[in-house]
Every structure is written in structure tokens, then in C-alpha cells.
Design a protein. Structure first.
Length: 610
């Protein structure tokens, strides 16, 4: 979602801030802006639309100064207009604020400020902060920010500059990520390490209810509620990732990331398969075998694509480890009061490690005293730091908003975890060795699957005009049907729904007509004949059928209008292989329809607001 980068140092701030904003474009946004401080004044440039629009404005009228803050906004309060773009100023133009998160009591605060004579220049909740900080100013910017945030409810990661404090940036965090970057040119404040990769050498991760102040030659972090207490000591960490957003010859990041999956799956498994003990092993779980054997239930909590990975994980855990699993939408779990047994682990699944609902669900589980684990792609993210243990995906930066390689990496990590838990219980060594062989063959199978791209292009050309698509699968392929439908919705804006294939006749079959294709996931497996019967029911009603099937499967070809072949793999790994053509199909349909593949409308990569 919204991105923040601030800089104070010896170089001109504007070019550095623009470069950081470009690195944050993958997060999703609808406007962008910069504020710098120079010669006793705050200079603001902002535009609706892409960072390129802001860059043109900055080129035509460069804001001077070596200290500034910048922002990419994903609209929450007020439409995506220049008026509502960040940064926002107080009435006198003395303070500029950029903000990620939501101020939940902004309406009441706005009414109070308007009663005092304040005139607002935007529809946003963020502008409230600018006016509050101005009201709290008594000569110390950190103190003013701490006092202003003490009266707001909600979440924030914010950066503030003032003409009264040249060279200084103050930041504060509650529920929205914020980091300090330390580099040879100066100091940075950012919401994401990718914004400062290549410029900062070390980073400091702020915790909730902390405020910081940076200047060209110093930085400090304090507790927001105890500013007079000694400064907080933080560990300096190396910047993870190189911020590389190169397309590598591909037309879009999404396609590049689809084709990276043989390598990302290899990275997810590297060093985690233990031949001596016929199992997987993980260095970061922080649980010994005795603790693992005491686990009686697993709750997986996630949102969006990560939720679908969890649904696949449910099948894997219950099959291989014989542990009951419940998969919960994090946005619902955080507000429920379910009875949870003592020997239950909560497993949070997330790509960014900053998803607001998933973070809140994890914190609620910790509050109740349950062990929490995380599957995450971003080192140093909030969920990675707050969980009791976890596993990194090592998938590299995923730039495309629609997740692809992170999904398959999540599933393969869940598969290895299921093997790991299973080997502490009933799985024999010989069965463990077989499962490990099948896992090791997965990258090659995915590489072979990518050869279906031409067949996918043919199907996309045939159906790019449709308005509705049904995705149908059974067992562990049902969550893949959900994920395929989500991908199509996200980037091509075609309405699509995923269902268990047998449930189709309990309602969705009413949607079937000659203009509504049904895509079946039907590789050979234990319910193959059942899915074939479901396909026949669609054909009997003249519905077009697309099948993802085993190579040269004549039974499928005799029924389906179009067949996309995938290689045969062990049934427990079919979800990973079957996801690839669905990703490609969504991509090709989006391209044919002229959509913005990597930055679909209304979506954000990292959802840091509720």
C-alpha cells in the first residue's frame, strides 16, 4: 500500500526521494508527492496518478533542499486527486506530514479543529495530523509529534518535516511499518527497505509506539509515551535485498516472476531437506521435537492469496501429519472469540510480513498464550519479528501486485512443514524419503509446466472477451481453483469464481451458458472419475470447458473444448504445478484486454490498513 521515504543529508533530496518512490511503485498507489525544507520554507510538489507525473512536475520546478519526505498514496479517505495526495500541511504551511495507515477518530478530531477555526484543504484523515502537530508545537518537533499522536486512534507510520527544524525528520509508528536507514549520503526514513536498498547500508526497525528523529549526522529512537526517558538502543541490521526491479527482458514483472518459479522453489527448499533423517528441517521454528509432538491443532491465518496457500496446507497437514487444521481469514479471526485448545499453534502466512489483519491475528494469538509461527517472504518485517518462530520463503522481491512466486513458495514450505510434523509422528523413514524425492523433482516439473505457455495463449485468445469464468477443482486442487479465479479477477477484471467441482450442481451450474467457460483442474488422481462426471454435466448444458490435465489424456480431450497439459507429479504436489497455467492464463487475458498487469486498479501489494 502507501509508501514513505524521507531523506536528510548533504545531497539534493528530490532526486533521492523520487528514486525511492519508483522502488515503492510495486506496492500500489494512486498519487504521489514530495515536501522539502529549504531557506526557512516547506516546498511541496504532488500529483495524482503515477510517480512519472510527479517526476515531470519536479523536473519543471525542482524543490530545493537536502531534507525532505515523500509518499505514494493508496486512497482511503477521499478520492485519488492531487488535493488529497500527500504530503499534507498545516494551515500556516509550517509542517508537512506523510502517513500510512488510518486515523479512526479523524472525523471527531476534524470537527474539533474546525470549531477552533481550522480550514481543511483535503478530504483525508492525514491532514488532521498536520494541524494537531502545529497545535502541539512548542519548539521540539519530536515532542509535538508524540503529543499529537497520543490523541489519535488507529494506525500510523508517519514522517514529518518543519521549517522550524531544518535538516530534521521525525517519524512515529503504530501498526504500520517504519525503518531508519543509515547510509554514506545521510539518513533515511522509509516504510520498506526496498526504497533505500543500494543507498542505506544498515537499518533500524521501529516498534509500535516509538518515535524517532533523524538528522544528517545523527539519529535517535524514543518511547512515544516516555520521551524524557533515555533513548532506546536498537540493533543495526544489514539492508536485505538489492531493490532490483529490472524486468530482465520480460514485458511485465508478473511474467518474469511466473518464470522465476523453478528457481524460487529451489531456494525455498535449499538446505531444508535432511537426507539422514528422511525429513525436512528448519532453523527458525524455535520448537524442539517434544514440543512438536505436543501440538494437537494448527490454526492457519492469512488473507488473499496467502489464505489459498493455507487451504492447500490444510490438506497437506491433515494427510501427512494427521494434525487437525483450521484455516481462518485473518480479518475475521482477529474479531472472533473462538475456543482454542492449549496445544494449538497459530501459523501466520504472509508475503509482505506487514499485512495488517494477519499481524493483528498473530498478536491476538500471542495475547492468548499460543505459540505463533510465520511463513513470510520479507526479512525483518513486523510479522517475522513478532512471531515466536518461522520460515522465510527466499523468493526475492515480488513486484507484480498479483502474487505468483510467493504463492507456490508458500505451498512448498507448507509441504515441507507437513513432512516435518509427520515425521515426528507416524510417517516412516521410507515414506519420508519418497516424499523428499518428489519434492526435489518439483522445480524440474515446474520448468516443464512453463512449456504450456503457447497452449495458454491460444485459450486466452479464445476467451478474452468473456465476462464470467468458473474455476472447478477437488481436494487440494479446490484452493487452486480459488487462486486461479482470484488471479483472473485481480488483473483482467473478469468476474470469476472458484468452487469444489462437486458443489457446482448445488447452485453455480445455473450460471452455465455458451458464453461462460468452466475451467477444470483434472490431472490424474483419486477423484479423477468424479471430476470427469462434473465436466460432462457442464458439456450437457453447452458450457465451454477448459481442462488443466495430464499430458495426452484422451479421456479429458474427448470432453473438453481446450486442454492445457501439465506434467504428472505426485498428487500432493499437484497444486503447485496446476497453479502455473492459471497464472499464465490470467496474465495473457489481462494483456489481451489492455489492462495494467503489474499495477491493477484499486489494488495494493502490501495491505497495511484494515
Amino acid at each position: 500500500m502507501c509508501g514513505i521515504i524521507g531523506f536528510t543529508g548533504v545531497a539534493d533530496a528530490a532526486p533521492i526521494l523520487l528514486d525511492g518512490l519508483r522502488r515503492l511503485e510495486y506496492r500500489g498507489y494512486d498519487s504521489a508527492g514530495i515536501a522539502t525544507v529549504s531557506d526557512g520554507a516547506v516546498q511541496v510538489r504532488k500529483r495524482s496518478g503515477r510517480v512519472a507525473e510527479l517526476a515531470r512536475a519536479v523536473h519543471d520546478d525542482p524543490p530545493p533542499g537536502s531534507c525532505g519526505i515523500s509518499h505514494t498514496r493508496w486512497a482511503t479517505h477521499g478520492p485519488a486527486t492531487e488535493r488529497n495526495a500527500h504530503p499534507h500541511l498545516d494551515a500556516a504551511g509550517d509542517f508537512a506530514v506523510v502517513h500510512n495507515g488510518v486515523i479512526e477518530n479523524h472525523f471527531q478530531l476534524r470537527q474539533q479543529l474546525e470549531a477552533e477555526g481550522v480550514e481543511f484543504a483535503s478530504d483525508t484523515d492525514t491532514e488532521v495530523l498536520a494541524h494537531l502537530i502545529a497545535r502541539c508545537w512548542h519548539g521540539d518537533l519530536m515532542e509535538a509529534v508524540a503529543q499529537a499522536t497520543s490523541v489519535v486512534k488507529g494506525t500510523y507510520g508517519l514522517a514529518v518535516v518543519s521549517r522550524h527544524a531544518p535538516g530534521v525528520i521525525v517519524g512515529a509508528r503504530l501498526g504500520s511499518p517504519l525503518i531508519i536507514g543509515i547510509g554514506p549520503e545521510g539518513h533515511f526514513l522509509a516504510s520498506d527497505s526496498s526504497a533505500i536498498a543500494g543507498r542505506a547500508e544498515k537499518v533500524v526497525y521501529l516498534d509500535d509506539r516509538q518515535v524517532c528523529q533523524i538528522a544528517p549526522d545523527r539519529w535517535t529512537v524514543r518511547d512515544q509515551d516516555f520521551l524524557t526517558v533515555e533513548a532506546i538502543t536498537h540493533d543495526l541490521r544489514h539492508v536485505v535485498g538489492d531493490g532490483d526491479c529490472d524486468l530482465g527482458g520480460f514485458p511485465h514483472h508478473m511474467l518474469k516472476e511466473i518464470y522465476e518459479q523453478p528457481e524460487t522453489l529451489t531456494n525455498a527448499m535449499r538446505g531444508r531437506l535432511d537426507d539422514a533423517n528422511a525429513t525436512a528441517h528448519f532453523g527458525g521454528l524455535n520448537l524442539d521435537p517434544r514440543q512438536l509432538r505436543n501440538v494437537e491443532r494448527v490454526i492457519m491465518t492469512a488473507c488473499g492469496t496467502s489464505y489459498h496457500a493455507g487451504l492447500v496446507g490444510e490438506y497437506l497437514f491433515e494427510e501427512l501429519a494427521r494434525i487437525p487444521v483450521e484455516v481462518e481469514y485473518a480479518s475475521e479471526f482477529r474479531y472472533r472469540n473462538p475456543p482454542v485448545d492449549r496445544n494449538t499453534i497459530t501459523l501466520a502466512i504472509t508475503q509482505s510480513g506487514e499485512t495488517a489483519d494477519t499481524l493483528a491475528a498473530l498478536r491476538e494469538s500471542k495475547r492468548m498464550g499460543h505459540t505463533t509461527l510465520a511463513i513470510c517472504n520479507v526479512v525483518g518485517s513486523s510479522i517475522a519479528r513478532e512471531a515466536d518462530g518461522g520460515v522465510y520463503l527466499h523468493a526475492g522481491t515480488e513486484v507484480g501486485v498479483a502474487s505468483t512466486k510467493a504463492f507456490t513458495s508458500q505451498v512448498v514450505v507448507l509441504a515441507m512443514l507437513a513432512l516435518y510434523f509427520g515425521r515426528t509422528r507416524h510417517l516412516s523413514a521410507s515414506r519420508g524419503e519418497q516424499l523428499m524425492r518428489e519434492l526435489r523433482g518439483l522445480p524440474a516439473a515446474v520448468r516443464e509446466t512453463l512449456r504450456c505457455h503457447d497452449a495458454v495463449k491460444h485459450v486466452a485468445r479464445r476467451y478474452a472477451h468473456v465476462r464470467n469464468v468458473l474455476y472447478l477443482g477437488r481436494q487440494a486442487l479446490y484452493p487452486v481453483a480459488l487462486e486461479g479465479a482470484l488471479k483472473l479477477k485481480e488483473i483482467s477484471y473478469i468476474h470469476a469464481e472458484g468452487y469444489p467441482a462437486a458443489e457446482m450442481k448445488h447452485g453455480p451450474i445455473a450460471l452455465v451458458d455458451e458464453e461462460t467457460p468452466s475451467l477444470f483442474l483434472v490431472p490424474r488422481g483419486q477423484v479423477f472419475d468424479k471430476v470427469m462426471s462434473n465436466m460432462q454435466e457442464i458439456k450437457a448444458r453447452r458450457g465451454p470447458v477448459i481442462a488443466i490435465a495430464s499430458p495426452n489424456d484422451h479421456d479429458v480431450a474427448s470432453v473438453a473444448d481446450d486442454v492445457i497439459p501439465i506434467p504428472d507429479v505426485a498428487e500432493w504436489l499437484q497444486p503447485i504445478v496446476a497453479a502455473i497455467p492459471l497464472q499464465l492464463l490470467a496474465y495473457e487475458m489481462s494483456v489481451l484486454r489492455g489492462c495494467d498487469v503489474d499495477k491493477p486498479r484499486n489494488l495494493a501489494k502490501s495491505v497495511t490498513v484494515e
